[in-house]
Write a protein that binds this ligand. Structure first.
Ligand SMILES: N[C@@H](CCC(=O)N[C@@H](CS)C(=O)NCC(=O)O)C(=O)O
Length: 218
């Protein structure tokens, strides 16, 4: 008999990189324990956490005690370790396309709006209104490109009619966009794919509102 892996996810409920990994684990039907790391209280910078993850980021996934970091690297491991349902299409060019959509979000939008970047802007004297403008700006730039890239090949989801890594990155980024009141009218493909994916149980169960610590729920 194959021994089940012990999976421990260090995450924060509103972290969109963590949200991606929760979705992936849920899609695979993997059982995992969560260890919340409170980013607003700076727990990611504590010595104890940095000893585990020197980068001071969530998510981090422990797999039988071995530590994996970087959400897309974790999801890549997951897709190899638990191949069903696949997060990528079979055909290599299609795989590259899905990854390109995922990276448009994970590499080109999300890092510019990370907590440490917003904190640095505040340290440089940039006020809240300008920081919010910064946040929206990078989402709008990224979504303009993503809508144009995705529209020709979208189906029920961002790429065709199967959920892929691109949807796993899209749904958390749409959550961020709504939190910051980014107008979404120019992104019909993204809105449609987000609605279809978010309605699926593995996505819904990963939503920040579903995993938020009790004290943050009203
Ligand atoms: N490239 C990393 C980014 C991880 C990341 O940015 N995590 C954020 C939360 S979404 C974080 O831990 N931020 C802590 C900070 O900025 O201090 C990944 O995809 O896992």
């Amino acid at each position: 008999m194959i021994r089940p892996m012990q999976l421990v996810l260090y995450d924060y409920y509103r972290s969109s990189a963590s949200y991606r990994v929760r979705i992936g684990l849920n899609l695979k039907g993997a059982a995992y324990e969560r260890v919340p790391v409170n980013l607003l209280e700076g727990e990611q910078r504590d010595d104890a956490y940095r000893a585990r993850n020197p980068q001071g980021f969530v998510p981090m996934l422990e797999v039988d005690g071995r530590r994996l970091t970087q959400s897309l690297a974790i999801l890549t491991w997951l897709d190899v370790a638990m191949p069903e349902p696949p997060l990528l299409p079979r055909e290599p060019v299609d795989q590259s396309y899905v990854r390109s959509l995922a990276l448009t979000i994970a590499a080109d939008i999300h890092p510019l709006n990370n907590l440490r970047v917003l904190k640095r802007l505040a340290e440089m004297g940039i006020d809240q209104a300008a920081r919010d403008d910064w946040y929206r700006h990078w989402i709008v730039e990224g979504f303009n490109a993503l809508e144009a890239l995705a529209a020709p090949r979208a189906g029920a989801f961002l790429v065709g009619d199967s959920v892929t890594l691109a949807d796993i990155c899209l749904v958390p980024q749409m959550y961020n966009a709504r939190r910051f009141d980014v107008p979404l009218g120019a992104y019909p493909t993204l809105v449609r794919a987000d609605a279809a994916a978010a309605a699926l149980a593995p996505f819904a169960a990963a939503h920040p509102d579903r995993v938020a610590p009790a004290e943050t729920k009203s």
